[in-house]
Design a protein around this ligand. Structure first.
Ligand code: AMP
Ligand code: ZN
Length: 485
C-alpha cells in the first residue's frame, strides 16, 4: 500500500520491519468523558487502515493505551488534570470514571464496527515500566530534575521537530509569549515525565518512585506501552492531527533517546471532524456522541458511511443534513444489495479484478470513497448474483459497513411479510370483492409478523383495532379467519 507519512510529508510505500507483519500503535482515549464522534472518526479511519492491511495479507498486531492518568487539559503540561475534572464533575473517584468511560468507549466502537485492538493497556497498569524508562533517560542525560518534577530535555535531541515545521528557535525559553507557564523548564518544549510537585493537591492516583510520590506525565505512556508490547521498531503510529505536536513529537524524542535508534517509520494522522461552529470538543455543552445520534434515530453505521465518503486527510464538517444524505445513500445501497437473490457460480476472475481495484484505490492513501464507488460498480456488472455478493463481501471486509448482513436481514423481513400476507389470504378466501378485504388482510399480516417477533402487545392491539371496526379475528390452523360482527 501507499500511505501519506507525516514524517516524510509524502505518500510513501508502506514497508514493514518484518515482512507481512505490522506493528501498529494507536493513541487511545482519555477516559474522562464519552468519546465524541470526532474522536471516533479517528478510530474509525485507523480501523479501516488495520482492515486494509489485513486484506493485503498482513498480520496486524495493534496496541492501544487507555489514558487514565496524567493528561492535562493542555497537551503541553498546563491546565487541569482531565481525569480529576471528570471525577469532580460526576462526584466519583478517578478509577470509577476511568472504568465507566472505558467501557462506554468500546460500546461506541462496537456500534461503529471498530475492532478492539489486540492489546489494550491502561496507563495506570504500567507505572513500573514508566519509572524504568524515566530512570534510563536520567542516566543518559536526556532528563533532569527541577522543582520536584522530572523533565525531558528537548535540547539534547538532534532533531526535535521531526514531525512539524517549527523553527529551531522556538525551543529556547523566552521565544514564545506563553513562556512563563513553568519556570522549571530549561527549554520551552521540555515536558514533564514525572510529577511529584503537583498543582493538584487532591490528585487521587499517586505512586511511589525514586523521586518521591507522584504520577507520570501524559507523553511517556504511549512510548512505554508500545516499546513493552511491540519492541523497539514500530511500523506505524496513529492518532488525530492534534496529536502531531506536542504528543507525537515528544514520543519520538523520548523513545529514540531511550532506544538509541530510529523508532517508528510511518506516522498516520486523521484530520479533525468539525461541527458547523468550529472544532468539536467535549467541553462545549451537549457534544455529539454515538448515543445522541441513536436517540435521534440514526444508525451508527450511517455515520461510518458518512466518514468513509471523505478522505481521512481532509477536515470534515458534520451536519445533520450531511448525515441525512449519508443515511439515504447507505439505505439505498443496502436495498440494492437486498434485491440480489443469491444464486449462480462465483466468477473468481471478477473477484480478482476487484481485489486489484481495491489495491489501486483504497490502497492508494486509503481512498475509502473510491471503495464505496467500487460497490456501486459491481452492482452494475452483468455477472452472477453470487459473484456480486463475493465482491461486496471482499470490499466490506475493509469498509465494515455490515452490508451483506443488513441486506440479508432486510430481504428476509420483506419475504416474511409477503409470506405472512399470502398465508393470511390463503387461510381465508371468503371475502372476495369486499372493499375492506385489503385493509384487513394487511392488518392480519402485520399481526402475524408481530406474533413471530414475539411482540404480543402489538398483535393484541391490532386485534383490538379491528374489533373496534366490527371485525372479529379467529386463529385457525395455518392462518387467521375474519368475519363481521
Ligand atoms: P482524546 O480522548 O482527547 O485523547 O482523543 C482521542 C483521539 O481523538 C485522539 O487520537 C485525538 O487526536 C482524536 N481527536 C480529538 N479531537 C478530534 C476531532 N475533532 N476529530 C477527529 N479526531 C479527534
Ligand atoms: Zn499517545
Amino acid at each position: 500500500m501507499k500511505l501519506y507519512n507525516t514524517l516524510t510529508k509524502t505518500v510513501d510505500p508502506f514497508i514493514t520491519h518484518t515482512e507481512n507483519r505490522v506493528e501498529m500503535y494507536t493513541c487511545g482515549p482519555t477516559v474522562y468523558h464519552f468519546a465524541h464522534i470526532g474522536n471516533l472518526r479517528t478510530y474509525m479511519m485507523e480501523d479501516v487502515l488495520e482492515r486494509y492491511l489485513t486484506f493485503e495479507g498482513n498480520t496486524v498486531h495493534r496496541v492501544m493505551n487507555i489514558t487514565d492518568v496524567g493528561h492535562l487539559t493542555s497537551d503541553a503540561d498546563t491546565g487541569e488534570d482531565k481525569m480529576l475534572k471528570g471525577a469532580k464533575r460526576e462526584k466519583k473517584t478517578v478509577m470509577e470514571i476511568g472504568a465507566f468511560y472505558r467501557e462506554a468507549f468500546f460500546e461506541d466502537c462496537k456500534k461503529l464496527n471498530i475492532k478492539t485492538p489486540e492489546v489494550v493497556v491502561p496507563a495506570t497498569a504500567c507505572i513500573d515500566e514508566f519509572i524504568a524508562v524515566i530512570e534510563s533517560l536520567l542516566e543518559k542525560g536526556y532528563a533532569y530534575h527541577a522543582g520536584g518534577n522530572i523533565y525531558f530535555d528537548t535540547s539534547k535531541v538532534k532533531e526535535y521537530y521531526t514531525l512539524t515545521s517549527h523553527a529551531a528557535d522556538d525551543l529556547k525559553v523566552g521565544v514564545r509569549d506563553d513562556v512563563s507557564e513553568d519556570e522549571n523548564k530549561r527549554n520551552k518544549c521540555d515536558f514533564v515525565l514525572w510529577f511529584t510537585k503537583s498543582k493538584f493537591d487532591e490528585q487521587e492516583l499517586k505512586w511511589d518512585s525514586p523521586w518521591g510520590i507522584g504520577y507520570p506525565g501524559w507523553h511517556i505512556e504511549c512510548s512505554c506501552i508500545s516499546m513493552k508490547n511491540q519492541g523497539g521498531y514500530l511500523d506505524i503510529h496513529c492518532g488525530g492531527v492534534d496529536n502531531i505536536f506536542p504528543h507525537h513529537t515528544n514520543e519520538i524524542a523520548q523513545s529514540e533517546a531511550y532506544l538509541g535508534h530510529a523508532w517508528c517509520k510511518h506516522w498516520f494522522h486523521v484530520h479533525h471532524l468539525n461541527d458547523e461552529t468550529g472544532k468539536m470538543s467535549k467541553s462545549k455543552g451537549e457534544f455529539l456522541t454515538v448515543s445522541l445520534l441513536e436517540k435521534k434515530g440514526y444508525d451508527p453505521l450511517a455515520y461510518r458511511y458518512f466518514c468513509l465518503e471523505s478522505h481521512y486527510r481532509k477536515p470534515l464538517t458534520f451536519s445533520y443534513e450531511g448525515l441525512d444524505n449519508a443515511t439515504k445513500a447507505y439505505n439505498k445501497l443496502i436495498n440494492r444489495i437486498a434485491s440480489i437473490i443469491p444464486e449462480g457460480e462465483v466468477d473468481e476472475a471478477v473477484v480478482k479484478k476487484y481485489r486489484a481495484d481495491m489495491i489501486r484505490t483504497v490502497g492508494n492513501d486509503l481512498n475509502t470513497a473510491m471503495g464505496i464507488t467500487l460497490l456501486y460498480n459491481i452492482l452494475k456488472e452483468k455477472v452472477s448474483s453470487n459473484t456480486k455478493r463475493a465482491v461486496i463481501d471482499l470490499i466490506d471486509s475493509v469498509l465494515a459497513l455490515s452490508l451483506l448482513d443488513k441486506a440479508d436481514a432486510r430481504r428476509k423481513e420483506a419475504e416474511d411479510a409477503a409470506k405472512a400476507k399470502a398465508e393470511a389470504v390463503k387461510a381465508d378466501d371468503s371475502h372476495a370483492g369486499d372493499p375492506e378485504a385489503a385493509m384487513v388482510e394487511a392488518a392480519i399480516a402485520e399481526r402475524l409478523a408481530a406474533k413471530k417477533a414475539k411482540d404480543f402487545a402489538r398483535a393484541d392491539a391490532i386485534r383490538a383495532e379491528l374489533l373496534a371496526k366490527g371485525i372479529i379475528l379467529t386463529d385457525i390452523p395455518g392462518g387467521t379467519k375474519w368475519e363481521r360482527k
